[in-house]
Design a binder for this molecule. Structure first.
Ligand SMILES: Cc1cc2nc3c(=O)[nH]c(=O)nc-3n(C[C@H](O)[C@H](O)[C@H](O)COP(=O)(O)OP(=O)(O)OC[C@H]3O[C@@H](n4cnc5c(N)ncnc54)[C@H](O)[C@@H]3O)c2cc1C
Length: 338
């Protein structure tokens, strides 16, 4: 008999964020599909009671909470201690957790302490013929594998954007306190955000707009037009609220002392050595569409590109639509229409 534990930490405001609610959907799915399974909730935070009430009607048999100011902040030792205590208290065999930076950092270690196993970056869960099977991608989303394990406890870290977040009415949950050691030699100081000026990465945006190195290259008049490029791109982003991605070449240019777009950092890079964002649509501009870049488009459903070169990578079956056009002219017109 499986005991499924939905494991989450609270956010700064004490609530559960979308990735946690997505993992809860995954845990509930497992609890429904696996015969004789029970579902428990395990929460860590300064005061997890409001978060427990937020999901009070999710159908869990037990709500367990590790409480204390030490568990409000991200820190390996206290996060691991809280997770370990919650898994032990629940007697969990399958642990479903959102792939947040906090859990991704410590749950491998927690599995080791408990003699368990961990699988990360899970994008799907199925239970064919009663056997729990999870899917994940390898080699930068080029190959998909289905994994099943008989070993327990088994920790499943669910990637964000793969399950619909759980929705339901809040309800009073009977939270059982669980003790965990709060001592640590590590002191949490503060959160620091990258000096990105304007917020350009928006994971929930409908559109991913990618800027390639072409924006900073010499144009037909023999000159570069970086300031105009920056203005066109930022205007487009403000008007559409799209998320901004970039090719590696463009974000690398800043390190090479070339004219660059100041609002881009390596956090914007999409591709093999960059991110694999999830958006319904993508528009690539001045980007050649080479394989190490396009592999990061694995989860972009509808793809379009603007490039002067009709033989660019996007034309080789990597985009649904390629506009062979000057991206400066296209964006100028688009911004006007918007
Ligand atoms: C191991 C490895 C890992 C890598 N990982 C990544 C990765 O994670 N992400 C990544 O992006 N790359 C990655 N790369 C690099 C990748 O192979 C390419 O070099 C890079 O993506 C090229 O960037 P680009 O298309 O912006 O620039 P370019 O190749 O320079 O292309 C610029 C394009 O702009 C077009 N252009 C110029 N002016 C205009 C205009 N006015 N209108 C329209 N189009 C115009 C040109 O026709 C050209 O196609 C990796 C490479 C390796 C070897």
């Amino acid at each position: 008999m499986e005991t499924i534990l939905f494991l989450a930490h609270t956010e700064q405001d004490g609530s559960l964020a979308k990735p946690a609610l997505e993992a809860l959907s995954a845990a509930r799915f497992l609890a429904r599909q696996v015969a004789e399974a029970t579902l428990a909730v395990g929460l860590a935070g300064e005061d997890p009671a409001p978060a427990a009430n937020q999901i009070g009607s999710c159908g869990a048999a037990r709500f367990l909470g590790v409480c204390g100011a030490e568990f409000a902040v991200p820190r390996y030792s206290t996060d691991a201690a809280a997770a370990e205590a919650l898994v032990r208290a629940a007697g969990a065999t399958l642990i479903v957790a959102p792939s947040t930076s906090r859990w991704a950092r410590c749950l491998g270690g927690v599995a080791q302490r408990l003699g368990g196993r961990t699988d990360t970056h899970i994008t799907g869960i199925a239970v064919p013929e009663g056997r729990v099977t999870v899917s994940r991608w390898y080699y930068r989303q080029r190959m998909e594998a289905l994994l099943a394990r008989s070993h327990r406890p088994w920790f499943l870290l669910v990637d964000p954007g793969c399950f619909d977040p759980w929705v339901g009415e809040p309800a009073q949950a009977a939270l059982e306190p669980v003790a965990a050691p709060a001592e640590s030699r590590t002191r949490f100081l503060e959160f620091r955000s990258p000096q990105a000026g304007e917020q350009t990465i928006r994971p929930d945006a409908k559109l991913l707009f990618v800027a390639g190195a072409g924006w900073t290259k010499k144009q037909a008049d023999g000159k570069v037009h970086v300031e105009e490029a920056a203005d066109l791109i930022l205007t487009f982003l403000r008007k559409t609220q799209a998320s901004l991605g970039s090719s590696k070449s463009l974000v690398d240019l800043s390190g090479e002392g070339q004219a660059v777009l100041p609002f881009l950092s390596h956090l914007n890079q999409v591709g093999q050595t960059g991110a694999t964002p999830r958006h319904p649509k993508g528009l690539a501009t001045c980007c050649h569409g080479e394989e190490p870049h396009v592999v990061g488009w694995r989860f972009i459903h509808e793809r379009r590109a603007v490039n002067l070169d009709p033989n660019c990578g996007w034309a080789q079956g990597k985009a649904d639509v390629l506009y062979v056009a000057d991206a400066f002219a296209v964006l100028r017109k688009l911004n006007e229409l918007l």
